[in-house]
Design a binder for this molecule. Structure first.
Ligand code: G3P
Length: 234
């Protein structure tokens, strides 16, 4: 299973890479615009530190311009994957890019039906947007299982990418319900580890520990591997 980071920030990529959570990166025009810098230079910086797939979205809307732009973006680095919208224009573009040997990540999939032609042609990734539908009061999590089953039934090499993962529940549901990959925004990982139960339990354990007389806990607190080896040898 692949874990991508949904960001265009170099700082965030470096941070989560150290935690082993960056098998690849997904960007979109909104994420790139947030960086307030030259977008092409930013993409070059991202591919210089990420060896896995880096998804970059087309911004043109007319199919032949989308193809040209995609080919330009794909020429930046071998690990670039082109994000193409799951629209009728997107079908034409994805087919053409497939013939050119360019990998695509079909984005803005809100309903499994949108994905059918793309699964049939065997694109690399289909991004099912889980969180964004919340804005319309809907729950898209059941479609993770549906889309995975469609991919398996159609015996397609396409990989299901759980996208727009806005909270820890969406993250675990996407993994448990069969997504081949998830793309997680840093804000979601922050929610995972700012769990108030974790902080409270950790605080309580350490408060109890600190109530021990200093001499009793000193040996434990200052323990190092060398000290243990020396003691075992004596
Ligand atoms: O890859 C999907 C992502 O870039 C969009 O996420 O949270 O803006 O819906 P979000």
């Amino acid at each position: 299973m692949e874990f991508f980071l949904d960001t265009a920030s170099i700082e965030e990529i470096k941070h989560y890479k150290k935690l082993g959570l960056v098998d690849g990166v997904t960007t979109n025009p909104q994420l790139l615009s947030k960086e307030g810098t030259d977008c092409l230079e930013q993409i070059k910086k991202i591919v210089s530190i990420v060896s896995g797939p880096v998804s970059v979205e087309v911004t043109c809307t007319e199919p032949h311009r989308m193809v040209e732009q995609a080919m330009g973006l794909a020429s930046i680095a071998e690990n670039i994957v082109i994000k193409v919208p799951a629209s009728t224009e997107g079908i034409v573009v994805a087919e053409r890019l497939k013939r050119e040997g360019i990998k695509t990540n079909i984005t803005l999939v809100f309903h499994p039906s949108q994905a059918v032609p793309f699964i049939k042609m065997g694109v690399e990734y289909i991004s099912l947007f889980v969180g964004r539908v919340e804005d319309f009061g809907l729950d898209n999590t059941p479609h993770i299982r549906t889309l995975r089953s469609m991919i398996d039934t159609m015996q397609s090499p396409t990989r299901l990418l759980g996208a727009s993962i806005r909270n820890p529940d969406y993250l675990v549901t996407a993994i448990a319900d069969g997504a081949h990959a998830v793309t997680v925004p840093p804000a979601c990982w922050q929610k995972v580890y700012t769990n108030p139960m974790l902080s409270q339990a950790e605080r309580e354990f350490l408060e109890s520990w600190r109530r021990l007389p200093p001499l009793v806990r000193k040996k434990y607190d200052s323990l190092t591997a060398d000290m243990e080896v020396a003691q075992n040898a004596s």
